[in-house]
Ligand binder design. Structure first.
Ligand SMILES: [Zn+2]
Ligand SMILES: [Zn+2]
Length: 277
């Protein structure tokens, strides 16, 4: 049974509620009440976010001060890890500067765990319908997976690849395309993760919402293992306390189906394996 949720957002994230209901203290309380042993708070840092450059940026000094105090307060009852979800970018005029900024960030603060995410492609978020209107399903997905492959090769500032097939969450249902069009890119990305010792996140947000598969889907989790990948991390991607831990139990079933018998928790940037039992 998985008792660690390593992908959660508090009010330090631009897209979480800012009315006090997603305060870190309430996240910790919810995690404890749900029987978790470990929670990692991984707020969004997406530098140069399109449109609003200051959105998805937070005060890291203040973040650490708050979370370190919370960690001390809960010691012995709930383990609180301090993480971040970094938005990686592949646009030619962005990636070099952003890479330096993230390298500096992770060298300057003692993060336990860093998620590497591809959210923005060609200065747009595939979460938006306008992205699919502009590029269509095939080009939109190929552009996404090309960007992710580039990011997994290029950046060294993170431990686990978050929601590998994120774009598949948002491609309009009536415009899905045959996987073989982008499978070669995903295969190359999985090989990169294995070669570079990067963990694969099983993001269970979709399962908590009643969808059939986590992100990534079972076939990619299985393929990561076949290629030699051994580190999987689990996260609910909750943006409010009420969703913390949701979907972890079902996520575990997918990992077991792919042949995994243990999962990974990062502490101080170091992976530790925990059996499912
Ligand atoms: Zn994300
Ligand atoms: Zn997230």
């Amino acid at each position: 049974m998985i008792l660690a949720d390593l992908h959660t957002h508090s009010q330090y994230s631009t897209d979480a509620p800012h009315d006090g209901t997603s305060a870190p203290a309430l996240m910790a309380k919810a995690a404890y009440e749900r029987g978790l042993k470990t929670i990692c708070i991984t707020d969004h840092m997406d530098l140069c976010f399109p449109g609003e450059p200051q959105s998805f940026v937070f005060d890291v000094f203040d973040y650490f001060r708050t979370l370190q105090a919370l960690r001390d307060e809960w010691q012995g009852r709930l383990e609180i890890l301090i993480g971040v979800e970094l938005g990686l970018r592949n646009e030619p005029d962005r990636h070099e500067g952003i890479r330096k900024a993230y390298d500096d960030l992770v060298a300057s603060y003692p993060f336990d765990f860093v998620l590497g995410s591809t959210h923005i492609v060609r200065y747009e978020d595939p979460y938006e319908r306008s992205y699919w209107k502009k590029y269509g399903a095939i080009d939109g997905l190929l552009a996404y997976f090309e960007a992710e492959l580039f990011n997994m090769e290029m950046y060294s500032c993170f431990h686990s690849c978050a929601h590998l097939d994120y774009a598949l969450r948002y491609v309009p249902a009536n415009r899905r395309i045959a996987p073989r069009r982008y499978d070669a890119l995903v295969e190359a990305t999985l090989e990169t993760l294995v070669r570079r010792d990067i963990a694969l996140e099983i993001n269970v947000k979709s399962l908590a919402r009643g969808l059939a598969e986590p992100n990534p889907s079972l076939k990619y989790i299985r393929r990561y293992r076949e290629l030699g990948g051994r580190m999987i991390t689990f996260g609910s991607d909750a943006h409010r306390p009420g969703y913390i831990g949701d979907g972890l139990a079902r996520g575990e079933e997918f990992a077991r189906a792919a042949g995994f018998t243990e999962y990974t928790i990062f502490r101080g940037g170091k992976p530790e394996f925990v059996p499912f039992d």
